[in-house]
Design a protein around this ligand. Structure first.
Ligand code: KDG
Length: 351
């Protein structure tokens, strides 16, 4: 009898001990980290952990430039430890941005499109056919418009440290070649979670569906969507030719990536650490733009071997531009008339 009581007591003690330790996993409402988010910011009291959440995989210029950022930071200080999580392992773009606001994640580098839910002014980049080449892009982003946007980001509890590059977006689909605007009729195109993209593809006759990047490949594989639009490096390196047959060069939008750090994380860094992190984000951004542009060229050559490629003629593209004009007019209001005019003037000034 005494033995049984002792056994029950030992089992009770064990169950209490296990419950107190937890499983080390923490599922935040927004994301899924395999480190307890409570102490994620510090490794062991001496170093601060900077986790970077990316939507793209570890073959892309975005990931390789994040490795460059890690190298630049860790060669300058041993008080910061950078960890890179790719393919949406921690969260999709919008959830990652919310985690930065809460301070449960340190860094994310999304396209600007999902960020417009937080700062509408970033929607200028979603106005189709406005940015037309990388020289103009660099002048606009490194000028007043770029600075004004970074300033607005800080009102949302995140700090934009640098402009990186996603690139000029192109269309792919599994149904048919898109030579003219009529070929878009009824095509189920996935768009980023952004009303301007949605409105633009509707205006061109497609049947668009907004979707997080993390769900895109499966949606194409299961034919829930016919197509999507992304820059050449993403199309190639995320293996879209496995599930898409047609590639159409449209250059309909230029997407920047924005290097965002949680304001809470930023405020927890020393002045010296802030200098190191900011200069690393800027230097890795220069590396990223160069790598992105080189990769876009080589990726197109490879994609032409794997997909049926066509470029929409300039005359036909005029019909695409005409179709989206009302969408641009409509969203001047949601973005802010004055800021859109400042953006369009900056483009004219850079031409
Ligand atoms: O990490 C960035 C991606 O999550 C995403 O922003 C890429 O352009 C993109 C898309 O189509 O969602």
């Amino acid at each position: 009898m005494k033995k049984n009581l002792l056994l029950i007591f030992a089992l009770l003690l064990l169950s209490v001990f296990v419950a107190a330790c937890g499983n080390g996993k923490s599922d935040t409402a927004e994301g899924n980290t395999d480190v307890a988010s409570a102490d994620a910011a510090t490794d062991n009291g001496e170093t601060k952990k900077l986790r970077i959440s990316l939507g793209l995989n570890d073959k892309t210029p975005l990931y390789k430039s994040s490795e460059k950022f890690k190298e630049l930071v860790e060669e300058k200080t041993d008080t910061l430890n950078v960890e890179i999580y790719h393919s949406g392992q921690i969260a999709d773009d919008r959830s990652a941005i919310e985690m930065l606001q809460f301070g449960t994640l340190e860094i994310t580098i999304p396209s600007t499109a999902p960020f417009t839910s937080f700062v509408p002014e970033y929607g200028v980049f979603d106005l189709p056919f406005t940015l037309t080449n990388t020289d103009i892009v660099d002048k606009v982003l490194q000028g007043e418009v770029g600075d004004a946007l970074a300033e607005k980001a800080s009102e949302q509890g995140v700090k934009q440290l640098a402009w990186w590059e996603n690139g000029f977006r192109q269309l792919t689909n599994s149904k048919r070649a898109v030579e003219k605007i009529d070929d878009l009729q009824g095509l189920k195109v996935r768009t980023m979670e952004n009303d301007i993209h949605l409105g633009a593809w509707k205006a061109m006759g497609a049947n668009p569906t907004p979707m997080a990047f993390t769900e895109l490949f499966t949606a194409m594989q299961q034919k829930t969507v016919d197509g999507q639009e992304n820059p050449y490096p993403t199309i190639l390196l995320e293996k879209y030719p496995e599930v898409q047959k047609y590639l159409t060069e449209t250059n309909h939008i230029y997407s920047p990536f924005i290097f965002l750090i949680s304001q809470k994380t930023w405020d927890g860094l020393t002045e010296e650490e802030q200098k190191i992190v900011e200069s690393a984000a800027l230097e890795a951004g220069e590396h990223n733009r160069q790598l992105s542009r080189e990769t876009a060229k080589s990726a197109l050559d490879e994609l032409k071997e794997q997909m049926q490629y066509n470029k929409v003629s300039d005359s036909e593209l005029e019909k695409f531009k005409e179709a989206v004009q009302p969408v641009i007019e409509k969203h001047k209001g949601s973005i802010g008339e004055e800021f859109v005019d400042q953006y369009l003037d900056a483009i004219k000034g850079a031409e």
